[in-house]
Design a protein around this ligand. Structure first.
Ligand SMILES: Cc1ncc(COP(=O)(O)O)c(C=O)c1O
Length: 466
């Protein structure tokens, strides 16, 4: 039970025991110390701590930190610009945005944020151009262009054997990010418990917070990041509404095994719990076959499968995603989607339908290319002296940075950018309790081979074990 933590709306804003050596990294330290749910007595002091802690809003997305106002004597004063609803107060500029701007500032090679530095396939881009020329430019049907819904259903049948009704069980969204938000907002009531596995993709915590959920978090630990089944069993209560999984898993590259999925499935059936499963990296499964939770016996009825086009087709900027769920769950997802975005880019949806009907050879080639990239990065990182944790899927690899003597992941990433010229992502940002990630950093290999080799060369030259 040691790694299980319960999120409550009242958290103490406290710097962690490790400290950033630069203001660049305020993000990580905006994570709060968890307040045990029973420590109600501590709530008032927690609130005091919140109000007395210096502003952590290092920079707003627009780069405007202050606003001018006039006081009684008609003099202009500078006030911090901090207009944000309480439910989002603790979420600052994402680490990915921060790292990408730092990469530019320091001319560092960006192996941080997971977007390819190469383009998507010509046949998909051509399909988008054609759709625009054909006048497919007005609002699409709210829950998806019919042809795309059919293409998603066809792909899902090929991948899982499940036959779904494209009209009633598929909702097209603006990327998986919106599918995640629509699922949380459409299916979770304030106070519902949702179980997450840390480390986790950052939008889960933010959207659950918007939905008013109570987050219970179970930590997956190195070296294999396997699911601690006993902890999961004791975390499920009668208030548990859903378990959220992500396989293949960002940031670790872990793929949930059939055994793990079956155990989670039995627990969810036994306790009448839903599963939300983020499978955006399903086509980047290298060491084993990807298994969709929905395909397990008895699970389709209680599962929302979330996916998108971005990773599989190297078109992360298109933001075409979807949620597949039985009718009774699709209803909630669609209600939220209707009022979040209503509909998603029409021509890109037409092109996405073409993409999803790509021949199997496309997927084979994609995997082959990524395996070659992975080999370059993993072998390179080993030669540099990192301890590598095996990654079975995704385009990420997590390493232990401690051989290089920096005090934590944030300090290491800062050093890596400034002194070595390479960007990685500190993993503490993927945890409710950032201490859990302090020894780990994440590199991505969704870059061309020249870039990967150049990054490895820089590290070989400048990074020395202590
Ligand atoms: C696990 C996971 N889920 C969802 C997303 C977001 O997907 P999209 O770009 O389709 O919104 C990402 C992007 O990095 C991710 O890593």
């Amino acid at each position: 039970m040691q790694s299980q933590c319960i999120w409550t709306p009242f958290k103490v804003l406290t710097p962690l025991s490790f400290k950033p050596s630069s203001t660049f990294f305020t993000f990580s330290f905006s994570k709060q110390l968890l307040l045990p749910s029973k420590s109600i007595a501590a709530v008032s002091s927690a609130r005091r701590a919140i109000s007395s802690y210096p502003s952590l809003m290092a920079s707003s997305p627009a780069g405007k930190d202050v606003v001018s106002t006039q006081n009684n004597s008609n003099q202009k004063t500078q006030q911090p610009l901090q207009h944000v609803a309480k439910r989002l107060e603790k979420f600052k500029t994402t680490i990915f945005t921060q790292m990408s701007s730092l990469a530019i500032k320091h001319g560092a090679i960006n192996l941080g944020q997971g977007f390819p530095n190469f383009d998507g396939p010509e046949f998909v881009k051509e399909a988008a151009i054609q759709a625009i020329k054909d006048g497919k430019n007005q609002y699409a049907r709210g829950y998806g262009v019919p042809d795309l819904s059919s293409a998603i259903a066809e792909r899902f049948k090929k991948d899982t054997g499940l036959v779904v009704d494209p009209e009633k069980e598929i909702t097209v969204t603006s990327g998986c990010t919106e599918a995640i938000a629509a699922t949380m907002l459409g299916l979770i009531n304030p106070g519902d418990e949702v179980i997450l596995f840390a480390p986790f993709y950052d939008s889960y915590e933010a959207t659950l917070s918007m939905a008013g959920a109570k987050i219970k978090c179970i930590t997956l630990r190195p070296p294999d990041f396997s699911v601690p089944i006993d902890e999961l069993k004791s975390a499920i209560t009668q208030d548990t509404r859903a378990v959220l999984i992500n396989t293949p898993h960002n940031p670790t590259g872990k793929m949930f095994t059939r055994e793990e999925l079956s155990t989670i499935a039995s627990l969810c059936i036994e306790n009448d719990v839903l599963v939300f499963t983020d499978e955006v990296y399903d086509k980047l499964a290298f060491e084993m076959d990807h298994i969709s939770m929905a395909s397990l016996p008895g699970m389709y009825e209680r599962t929302v499968t979330l996916n998108s086009l971005g990773k599989t087709f190297s078109l992360t900027g298109w933001k075409i995603g979807w949620a597949i769920a039985p009718l009774h769950l699709t209803w909630g997802v669609r209600q939220a989607h209707s009022f979040l975005t209503f509909a998603t880019s029409t021509p890109m949806q037409w092109a996405a339908a073409v993409a999803l009907r790509a021949p199997e050879s496309y997927y084979v080639e994609l995997k082959r290319d990524y395996m070659a990239k992975k080999e370059i990065l993993v072998e390179g990182l080993k030669a540099v002296g990192f301890k590598i944790f095996p990654s079975s899927g995704t385009y990420f690899v997590v390493v232990d940075h401690t051989p290089f003597g920096l005090e934590n992941d944030v300090a290491f990433c800062e050093y890596l950018i400034k002194e070595v010229g390479v960007v990685a992502i500190p993993t503490s940002v993927f945890y409710l309790n950032p201490e859990d990630g302090k020894n780990l950093v994440r590199f991505t290999f969704c870059k061309d081979e020249g870039t990967l080799r150049a990054a490895v060369d820089r590290m070989k030259e400048k990074l020395k074990r202590k």
